[in-house]
Every structure is written in C-alpha cells, then in structure tokens.
Design a protein around this ligand. Structure first.
Ligand SMILES: CC(C)=CCC/C(C)=C/CC/C(C)=C/CC/C(C)=C/COP(=O)(O)OP(=O)(O)O
Ligand SMILES: O=P(O)(O)OC[C@@H](O)CO
Ligand SMILES: [Mg+2]
Length: 236
C-alpha cells in the first residue's frame, strides 16, 4: 500500500459503538475537514456496527479506513480506502503483537494491497486498549524513542502511533517518538479537546487523531482541532 497518511495532518476516529451528539449526522462528520476517517474502537465493536458507519459515509469524498480491533470485525466493502491494523509494540499479551494477526491471515484472504499496520505504543494505563492488551505503560521518553526506532528500522513500520486514548499525553514523550523517526509517519492520539491541544500535538507529530471529542462535543469542536493540528505543524 502506498502511504497516503504522509500527506495527512488530522484523522477523525469514529467509534462505531458510540453515538453522535444530538442533531448531527454522518454527513456533518464527513465535512469536518479531517484528512481521513478511521472507524474503530476497543470495546463492543461488531461488524454490523462497522457497516452502519461505512454506509453512512460511503457517498462522501473523505478517505475511509477501517481500524479493526480483532479479525471478527473486519468488513469487506468497496467504500473503504483500506485497513489500518494495530500492532501493539508494548503489549504484555503477545496476542496483540502477532497472535491475532496470525489467526486473521489463517482464516481470511487478506487484501494486502489495501492493508497497512500501525505500530502502537499504548501509554494511558486507564484506557480499555491498555487493559485489553496488558500494555506496559511505564515508559520514559528514551523508552518511547527506542520503541519508535524498533518499529521503523527493525519491523519496517510506516506508521507509528503514540496512543493516550482518553487523556492528553506528555508532549515530551510524543516529541521523543517524533525525533526518533526518519521516514515513518507519527500518529498522536488521546485527549484532544480543542484547538490548543491539537496545536500542541500537531507541533510534535505528523498526524493528530481525534476520537471521543466527536461523540462528546460534536463536529464544530472537531473542526477546531483540524485547524489546530494544521497550524501546529506549520509553526514547527
Ligand atoms: C489482526 C486484527 C485484524 C486485529 C487486531 C488488532 C489489534 C492488535 C488490536 C489491539 C489494540 C486495539 C484494540 C486497537 C483498537 C484501536 C483503538 C486503540 C481504539 C481506541 O480504543 P479505546 O479508546 O481504548 O476504547 P473504547 O473507546 O472502545 O473504550
Ligand atoms: O478518544 P481520544 O482520547 O481522542 O483518543 C483518540 C484515539 O487515539 C483513540 O484510539
Ligand atoms: Mg475511546
């Protein structure tokens, strides 16, 4: 797969298990100005819920990616631009490093031309993703830089993802991952609530990922984070 994310500043992550705010539709979601929509969440995602979001977004131009949390929720659909499959670098349970992937490849005919992996470094111990994967979130900036380098140089990962789902991360740790990478694209996600948060992390990563804000505050708040991410990158 080529690397469309190399040109992105902002990704909106839609959790198929969560509602939009009252009065908003997926048409509004597709018009927030984000560079791509990723559909995924850790808990209570099903292929039916995935399909509902894909269907609601299919007529829009915004690139649409599925981020499956396990092989059972992978949906085949021409409306998808591709699949971004997590690999959790600091998982305690190896199922989330290669085990689930091995099972997926065993049972499915994987469309590799439309599939890429994301090397996650999971850093908020309170997040469901940390609990599920038994991630070791006690990592200092040097550890994180080393994980990022291992992901890019040893495992050939094109996307490294510093994940603080639910809370705003430590900017110095995010910058450490950014500085450790040569070509790979750094995604930052977690706790982005407004323009300033997005600006802060936009200065320290390639792509700012916004999730819960969409479901809690709505599209106008997301639009501000698109601006913040772009301005932060431009000011770097
Ligand atoms: C092999 C295949 C197809 C899938 C496995 C992919 C892996 C390794 C998944 C483990 C990590 C994971 C569950 C990633 C999902 C993306 C993610 C981090 C979503 C954010 O989730 P949270 O915000 O923690 O959870 P909720 O919002 O659902 O509570
Ligand atoms: O929901 P938030 O905290 O914005 O996190 C975004 C994303 O990194 C979750 O995987
Ligand atoms: Mg979440």
């Amino acid at each position: 797969m080529h690397s469309p994310w190399a040109d992105w500043d902002h990704v909106l992550k839609v959790d198929p298990d969560k509602d939009l705010v009252d009065g908003e539709t997926f048409d509004d979601v597709c018009e927030t100005g984000t560079d791509a929509i990723e559909i995924g969440g850790t808990l209570d995602v099903t292929s039916d819920k995935m399909r509902r979001v894909i269907d609601a977004c299919r007529t829009h131009d915004v690139p649409l990616y599925q981020e499956p949390s396990n092989p059972a929720v992978v949906v085949e659909d021409d409306a998808l631009d591709g699949y971004l499959v997590p690999v959790v670098m600091n998982a305690g349970d190896v199922a989330w490093i290669t085990g689930a992937h091995k099972e997926w490849v065993r049972i499915d005919d994987v469309d590799w031309a439309r599939t890429a992996t994301e090397a996650y470094i999971v850093l908020n111990p309170e997040a469901s993703v940390a609990e599920l994967t038994d991630a070791d979130c006690e990592q200092n900036a040097d550890d994180i830089a080393a994980y990022a380098e291992v992901a890019e140089r040893m495992l050939g990962q094109d996307v490294v993802y510093v994940e603080y789902s639910g809370t705003l991360g430590d900017p110095e740790k995010v910058a450490a991952a950014y500085d450790a990478l040569e070509e790979a694209t750094l995604f930052y996600g977690g706790g982005i609530h407004d323009y300033d948060d997005a600006y802060l992390m936009g200065q320290r990563s390639d792509v700012v990922v916004v999730g819960d804000l969409l479901h809690e505050e709505g599209c106008e708040a997301v639009r501000e984070t698109v601006e913040g991410a772009r301005d932060g990158k431009a000011a770097r």
